[in-house]
Design a protein. Structure first.
Length: 706
């Protein structure tokens, strides 16, 4: 039996050895939580004798699942590798593939990705004659997604007429479209699995018997539905181990409930708690800063990170005049690090909102420093990839109206919206697949439409003769002449990049076949649908620009934490909401603990907001960090004279009882806070930060004072 005591510290070993009953592992940043999970699984298999198929390990990204499985394979024999490891969604999808018929799913159901989901909602909103300016389709999509993450949806309730304008009608039509085309969406995976469990006790018992030991990574990020899924499965044995950090719970805005981790020991009786505090990542000065900051939160279990690395490194606070000076400071300091031999992969610029990236991009471009904006459009959401996949989706599900409408025009072949609409309506009326309806409609087409439809239909004939996923991908690329289409309409650089993406799709299909020899096209498409940009590997040697949310789980030698101004970080909307302010503080804590060696923090005296240059105050988080006691570099570069503050161009006036700092409401955006006012009288404009919609410029007459 392997002895893991020499490969783990005392707390890690304690967590690995505790196999029975509920276990809460509070794992601080950089304390080796993934190591604990992998060794705990290895211990269960190698030393306790638990069959691999009786272990369920849940992660939050496919990338994390892949890395975890790779580590486990080094600790157990290949015959013991049949562990269920994956995200909540991939695991639930696997369950639904087996038992989805119990909740009304057809065999080979497809998954509607986010872009196609929005297209469906847009069509529904248009068909219901809803004013899209007043009630945008994205609002409906967001509300549908939120509703599907509730117990009410699990119990098959409707969203309610008071939820949003015509919400019931939009939701009903949306669900009808999914049913007609044999689709589920991303949110259905969890909700339908739980519904199936609740309605079929024998199936629930089957999975309870299978998953005797459950391990969950990043438990602080779980929402109520994920909590319920785990609770149903863990009820019988109670052998559930959750690993997470309450101080890094930063996704409340998308439904994560910090109470899941804070109250774990009240939900599961006789819980053992193990704290991992030995940090192997950061210099002591960085951890001192992080500990001082997070100690101001009240909603936490409480722990202080202890540095395992020796003294060294630096925490610097650099006041700058404006956002351009901020970018100049970052770019010049980055250049210095690069000149000293630091790899660009070890440098990151972090910011609170996506919009802040522009100035850094401009300066890094000007200085010819290679960079990558992380969290942009994911590989499977790129136009050329979605175009190729639309053929494969339609071949796999010939009732898929979204994929038919896309593929028939990609590339353009003279078939317009009217022809697409006529074929779609004919298919629905006659109960035909869209491909068969198109074939039967062929004699009625004339000229360019007929010349375009014939080779289009031939593609599906050829796909029917293929069995390998990679050959199907190659068939679509070849028969659509997609690469020639790109070369014709794009400049050389853009064409090369997009053709490279298409080639990478073929590589992905080959890799899929190697990993899953028995995998079908349905399986491949499902994998592409639930892959996000966070799951995709990136081997480009470049400085990383990213929001703090995107940086979670990553680490860098040199970190620039920018925009530390009151109202930007923390955001205005959180200032009067204690729970939201604590989440902002946790987000700042995450940012600080990304740094291994040096941490540079900046705040500006003024910043451009909706065309107006506005004065800024430094973030209270800087004071909470005890920054005054931390030495800056001996000779900081004199980038600017911070005593010369530009005058604000914003009129600091009061209009109709509304003034800067006032709480207001708006019919569309809900509650918010006035940041600034420009103009006077009824024509005055207010910059308002809304909780749900962010910063907006609104005419004063459309606001109601709260």
């Amino acid at each position: 039996m392997p002895d893991y005591s020499k490969e783990l510290n005392e707390a890690q070993y304690d967590a690995v050895q505790t196999t029975e009953g509920p276990l809460l592992v509070l794992a601080g940043a950089g304390t080796g939580k993934t190591r604990v999970i992998t060794y705990r699984i290895a211990h269960l298999i190698n030393n306790v004798g638990v069959p691999a198929q009786n272990i369920l390990a849940v992660t939050f990204t496919n990338k994390a699942a892949g890395e975890m499985k790779e580590r486990i394979m080094k600790l157990v024999s290949r015959s013991d590798s049949d562990i269920w490891i994956g995200t909540f969604h991939s695991i639930c999808l696997r369950i639904l593939r087996r038992d989805g018929h119990l909740v009304g799913l057809g065999a080979g159901f497809g998954i509607l990705d986010q872009d196609d989901r929005l297209a469906v909602v847009r069509d529904i909103v248009k068909s219901l004659n809803i004013d899209v300016k007043k009630y945008p389709p994205k609002q409906y999509m967001w509300r549908i997604s939120n509703f599907k993450s509730t117990r009410a949806y699990v119990d098959e309730a409707a969203p309610g007429t008071d939820e949003f304008h015509m919400m019931d009608e939009v939701f009903s039509q949306y669900q009808k479209k999914l049913k007609e085309q044999n689709f589920i969406d991303f949110d259905d995976m969890l909700a339908l699995t739980i519904r199936m469990f609740r309605q079929n006790s024998d199936v629930t018992q089957y999975y309870r018997n299978m998953f005797r030991y459950i391990l969950v990574d990043e438990y602080q990020d779980t929402n109520d539905i994920q909590f319920l899924f785990l609770k149903i499965l863990a009820t019988e044995t109670g052998n559930i181990c959750v690993v997470g950090d309450d101080d890094q719970s930063i996704y409340g805005w998308r439904g994560a409930d910090i109470r899941n981790i804070l109250e774990f020991d009240t939900v599961y009786q006789n819980t053992k708690t193990v704290r991992l505090v030995e940090n192997y990542r950061s210099r002591p000065v960085i951890l001192q800063t992080a500990n001082a900051l997070i100690s101001n939160n009240r909603m936490r279990k409480g722990k202080n990170l202890v540095a395992c690395r020796e003294e060294g490194g630096m925490v610097q606070v650099m006041p700058v005049g404006n956002e351009t000076d901020e970018a100049e400071f970052a770019a010049q300091t980055i250049q210095k690090y690069l000149d000293e031999g630091t790899s660009p992969d070890e440098i990151a610029v972090l910011y609170r909102t996506n919009a802040q990236s522009r100035n850094f991009e401009v300066l890094l471009n000007r200085m010819a420093i290679r960079y990558k904006v992380v969290g942009g459009i994911g590989f499977y959401q790129r136009k050329e990839i979605k175009d190729i996949l639309s053929y494969l989706r339609l071949h796999d599900n010939p009732y898929d109206g979204v994929s038919f409408a896309r593929s028939v025009k990609a590339p353009p072949r003279g078939i317009g919206d009217t022809a697409v609409s006529n074929i779609t309506e004919y298919a629905s009326a006659e109960g035909l697949s869209l491909i068969e309806a198109a074939r039967q409609s062929l004699p009625a087409l004339r000229g360019a439409q007929k010349r375009g439809m014939e080779p289009y239909l031939w593609i599906f004939t050829e796909l029917g003769a293929q069995s390998k996923v990679s050959e199907m991908v190659k068939t679509v690329i070849y028969l659509t002449e997609y690469e020639d289409f790109i070369k014709k309409y794009e400049d050389e650089h853009e064409a090369e990049k997009r053709i490279g993406n298409i080639n990478e799709l073929y590589n992905a299909a080959v890799s899929f076949e190697m990993a899953f020899p028995e995998g079908t096209m349905s399986d491949f498409l499902a994998a592409t649908a639930i892959t996000t940009s966070l799951d995709e590997s990136d081997n480009t040697a470049a400085v990383k620009l990213m929001t703090i949310h995107s940086a979670k789980g990553l680490e860098f030698e040199q970190v620039f934490l920018t925009g530390l101004e009151n109202g930007l970080f923390p955001l205005h909307g959180s200032l009067d909401e204690p729970a939201e302010l604590e989440e902002e503080r946790r987000l700042c804590y995450v940012a600080v603990t990304r740094a291994k060696q040096n941490l540079h923090m900046t705040y500006a005296s003024t910043r451009m907001v909706y065309g107006n240059r506005m004065p800024q105050r430094r973030s209270p988080f800087l004071d909470e960090m005890g920054i005054a006691g931390i030495k800056a570099p001996a000779k900081p570069r004199p980038y600017m004279d911070v005593s010369q503050k530009p005058k604000s161009t914003v009129a600091r006036t009061e209009v109709n009882g509304i003034k800067s700092g006032s709480k207001v409401s708006h019919e569309k955006f809900g509650e918010g806070m006035v940041v600034a006012i420009s103009g006077s009288g009824d024509s005055a404009n207010c910059d308002v930060f809304f909780k749900a919609g962010g910063l907006k410029k609104i005419r004063v007459g459309f606001l109601k004072l709260l």
